[in-house]
Ligand binder design. Structure first.
Ligand code: 2AM
Ligand code: CA
Ligand code: CA
Ligand code: CA
Length: 282
């Protein structure tokens, strides 16, 4: 198997990600309007910029790291059936709805795993110019500032970030399952870009993030940051995350809070609440 010089990889990817960020910023001033279409639902959007940034990044990876597999959102990557070897995850624009509606609060997210273990993470909040990055074992950073170990926190003091999938009536989950969690915590936020939300938990701006349905390119980089600062990441019921599962739930927090929330959700399961995950729904 090829050996990778991770420091060189970090330098290269940091340049690509910033170049991609410049392309996106320039597109706001372009005379041609953004082409926007919807995918699985009216609020699941894709634009020509999502595709062109993914193409740009995938081409850079293929040229510099030939033979390595890529899992990416918009179809320019591969469909590997194993995590063996080096595996890249690319989300060219995470937070497309924010990109389209707000022109802010979206990120480019890239992760590199080796034999299923997170090795390198890059999350670039383009408009805030906040670059979260990490080589496993060498510390996680926001720009040049090293992130501190995740703080333990109890629910009463916690800032939670949760997507609206928890609250909308649907066949996957009882929308009241989290009512008492929300009523107990310090505050809730919903930023709408999973990679940034995960980076914010790693940076201590939020204490937990949980969602019912994410794909590997949404969370692969964020999980590396979370692990680097000592956080815990599982499915919402505490089961481990599988990088090759198309869609999964996710609960990320420091150890104490993670335990508190998973216990709560387990109790709800015991009470007969429906918290089936999408991958277990027929
Ligand atoms: P995206 O913008 O790259 O699609 C929005 O709550 C967050 O969930 C974003 O990070 C978004 O990533 C992600 N997401 C994953 N699946 C989604 C879907 N089907 N529709 C909308 N957002 C989705
Ligand atoms: Ca999308
Ligand atoms: Ca995404
Ligand atoms: Ca995306």
């Amino acid at each position: 198997m090829q050996t990778v010089n991770w420091t060189i990889l970090e330098n290269k990817v940091s340049i690509w990600v910033r170049e991609a960020g410049e392309k996106i910023k320039k597109s706001f001033a372009a005379p041609t309007p953004l082409e926007v279409s919807s995918k699985s639902a009216y609020n699941d959007l894709v634009t020509n910029m999502d595709r062109s940034i993914e193409q740009y990044l995938v081409e850079k990876i293929r040229t510099n790291y030939p033979g390595q597999s890529i899992i990416s959102e918009e179809g320019f990557g591969d469909k590997p059936d194993t995590v063996n070897g080096i595996l890249w995850f690319v989300d060219p624009i995470d937070g497309t709805l924010n990109f389209v509606k707000q022109q802010r609060f979206f990120a480019i997210s890239i992760a590199v795993y080796e034999n299923g273990k997170g090795k390198a993470a890059f999350i670039y909040d383009v408009m805030a110019d906040e670059f979260f990055h990490c080589l496993a074992g060498q510390g996680a950073y926001l720009n040049s500032e090293k992130l501190k170990p995740i703080k333990n926190c109890v629910l009463k003091d916690a800032m939670l970030d949760l997507s609206m999938s928890w609250l909308k009536p649907n066949k996957r989950i009882d929308e009241n399952v989290l009512t008492d969690v929300i009523q107990t915590c310090s505050g809730t936020r919903s930023y709408g870009a999973a990679s940034i939300e995960l980076a914010y938990v790693a940076a201590g701006f939020l204490n937990a993030y949980f969602t019912m349905r994410l794909s590997p390119w949404d969370y692969a980089a964020g999980l590396i940051l979370i692990h680097e600062v000592g956080g815990i990441a599982t499915r919402v019921d505490g089961r481990p995350i599988d990088l090759l599962t198309k869609q999964t739930s996710l609960l990320v927090a420091g150890p104490t809070l993670h335990g508190e929330i998973t216990n709560h959700i387990r109790v709800k399961i015991n009470e007969g609440k429906n918290v089936n995950e999408p991958d277990s729904v027929s």
